[in-house]
Design a protein around this ligand. Sequence first.
Ligand SMILES: Cc1cc2nc3c(=O)[nH]c(=O)nc-3n(C[C@H](O)[C@H](O)[C@H](O)COP(=O)(O)O)c2cc1C
Length: 121
Amino acid sequence: MGDAGAGRPVVYVFGAAAGVVLGIGEAVRAGLARGWDVAVGLTQAARGWLEAQVPRLEELTGHPVKTAYRWPGQPDVLPPADAVLFAPATFNSVNSLALGLTGSWVVGYAAEAAGKGFRWW
Ligand SMILES: Cc1cc2nc3c(=O)[nH]c(=O)nc-3n(C[C@H](O)[C@H](O)[C@H](O)COP(=O)(O)O)c2cc1C
């Protein structure tokens, strides 16, 4: 497993089901190389495409790849994020976000971003 935590800032790398999400490992490696503690979040559709890569992504990051919301009372499996990169974001996910349709955990997390004090870039 990767060396999760250890005082590094945490970045969530989120991906939706656009073709380039198959290369999300490159973003993970870039973040790790720059000293970030990286955790991956995927929409359900993106996870289906990346299922074979999930064990490697979890090994690289030291965190579970998160797709589903936690259950009530269940502790979060990820440390709190200092930054979030949502790339690629599909038309579907962007418009779900705009409409506040948060069936997907990554879209829901992005919807909460303002309340969590994140600035949009
Ligand atoms: C090969 C392939 C490539 C796709 N690329 C894109 C894309 O670049 N942008 C996009 O908005 N949708 C793309 N789609 C469509 C999305 O996968 C589809 O809208 C899906 O429902 C998105 O779900 P998500 O936003 O929950 O990941 C692609 C679909 C396929 C099969």
